[in-house]
Structure formats: structure tokens, C-alpha cells
Design a protein around this ligand. Sequence first.
Ligand code: C2E
Ligand code: CA
Ligand code: CA
Ligand code: CA
Length: 279
Amino acid sequence: ASKVNRGGIYHFEKNAAQIMETDLHIEMNLRKALELDQFELYYQPQINTLTQELKGYEALIRWNHPDLGIVSPAKFIPMAESTGIIVEIGEWVVDQALSTLKAWNTEKSKDITISINASARQFLHKDFPSLVGKYLDKHQVCPSKLVIEITESLALENTVEVSEQLTIFNKMGVSISIDDFGAGYSSLTYLLHFPVSTLKLDRQFIQHVHQDPKSMIIIKTLIRLAKDLDINLIAEGVEEEEQSNLLQDLGCYMIQGYLYGKPMPKEEAFRFLLNSNKN
Ligand code: C2E
Ligand code: CA
Ligand code: CA
Ligand code: CA
């Protein structure tokens, strides 16, 4: 776009129009993807290294784009959030994840949990708890098997609203997990007021634990904190045996990472479940 003022129309006005057009375009594409059933949930195992058992799966969305192939959520979730269509996509995720868990109706799936990610806009939506309740009913899934992951920033920026939603989910028996824990926020006092069941230790600490003594100190402190507050801790992004061993030495036994399993399509996740040690 040129920076000259042509006929009184500044280029930034044109840019604003262009941006709006692009936004509309993106929203249309995401809506179409929803209608054409191009989204897919992948499932990544969460392992208890103490017992070697499968504790549950985190559901992670993918977009099977006809031209682009598999599109990462890191690419389209932010756009889905800014256009608002995340609310509809999020509803699809709840429906899909619970229907999959229901379909895995075996002895081995009895005790596993399914975690879904909720964006701020979706989580703060007044109707979100009742919507979750509706799909729990529809698929006849016990609320205790569902975990909703929200990010630390969401929890801190909307304390009152989040607290209200947490109270409702708590009453329903649905668990809440704080995602990306430790990534960029220093105030931990919200942990005192929020009924959360799990903290997910951000991958950045795990990644650097062997090179950076500070990462190690932070991990130790967060493991201790979780223990003292009686909150579960899952370490995310564990790729190496060394990292896993160290975490276990420090007392963190719940692990999610490529070392134990990448996110996989539901059929593969089902086979993984059948081969897991749980019975
Ligand atoms: P997240 O919730 O922090 O999910 C963990 C991400 O780390 C996933 O990326 C996962 O594939 C990746 N990961 C897991 N283990 C390892 C590892 O050992 N090494 C490395 N390098 N990466 C690992 P993914 O699937 O690309 O998802 C990216 C983000 O997109 C998620 O981060 C989450 O914030 C968002 N997202 C994914 N699915 C959904 C969804 O259904 N709804 C919403 N609102 N957001 C979603
Ligand atoms: Ca997550
Ligand atoms: Ca995370
Ligand atoms: Ca994240």
C-alpha cells in the first residue's frame, strides 16, 4: 500500500478495510472448515512414570486443509480467537473429544481422562459450563473424566469471571488445569483462590533444564509448590530420557511429551490405549 494521500483517502483507511476483508475471509474459511468437517482432534498421552500407566490424553486440534495439508493450531487458533469463531470451534472440540472417549468404551479407558483446551473467549462465555454439561449428557461421560485446560494469563487477567466459571465447573465435577504454568507470570496467589486440580509445567523449563541452572531451580520450586498445595503437576514437552529421569528424581511423575508419545489420530490413540499397562 502506498503512503500517499490520494483524494483525501489515507492509506491507513484502506489498510483497515483490507484488514477487515482479510478477517472476514479467514472467518469464512474457518466456518467452511467446520461445515466441511476438516478439523480433527489428535490425542497426546499423559503418562504416570511411576506406574507406567496412561493417565489420560490431551486433545489437540488440527486442520486438514485441502491445499495446505495439516495446519497447526498455532497458526489458526489465534485467528479463530480474534474473529470469535473459536466459540463454535470450541463447541465442536467438546463434542468430538467426549464422543471419542465414549466410543473407547473398554475396560482400559475406564479411568483415563480427556483434556481439552479452552480459549479465553470460549471459557469466559456465560453459557460454556451448560454447554459442556449438555455434551457430557449427550455422550454419557462422567464429568470427572473431563479436564479443561486454561492458560495462566487467562486466569490472571479475568480473576473474577474465571473464579465464577471455576466454581460452576467444580460443582459439576469437571476438573480444571492451568496450562503453560510458569510461563511469564510471577504472581501465584491466584492458586490460593482457584479450585484447580492440575498445573502443567511449561515446556520452556523442561527444554533448558540440563543447560540452565535457573530452569532447574524453577522446576524444583514449582514441583514443591504443587506438592504443598496438593495440586497435580504435569511436565509438558519432555523429549529426552534424561529430562524424564531428572523430573522423576525431583518428584514429578506425570509426563506429557514426545518421549512417551506424540499427538496422534484417534484410531492410533485407541491402539496406544489398548497396549497401555492399565487394566
Ligand atoms: P498447548 O496446549 O500448550 O499444547 C501443547 C503443545 O506442545 C502441542 O502443540 C503439542 O503437540 C506440543 N508438544 C507436546 N509434547 C511436545 C514435545 O515433547 N516437544 C515439543 N516440541 N512439543 C510438544 P500443538 O498441538 O501444535 O498445539 C499448539 C497450541 O494450540 C496448544 O498449546 C494450544 O494452546 C492450542 N490448541 C491446540 N488445540 C486446541 C483446541 O482444541 N482449542 C484451543 N483453544 N487451543 C488449542
Ligand atoms: Ca494444553
Ligand atoms: Ca501447554
Ligand atoms: Ca499454549
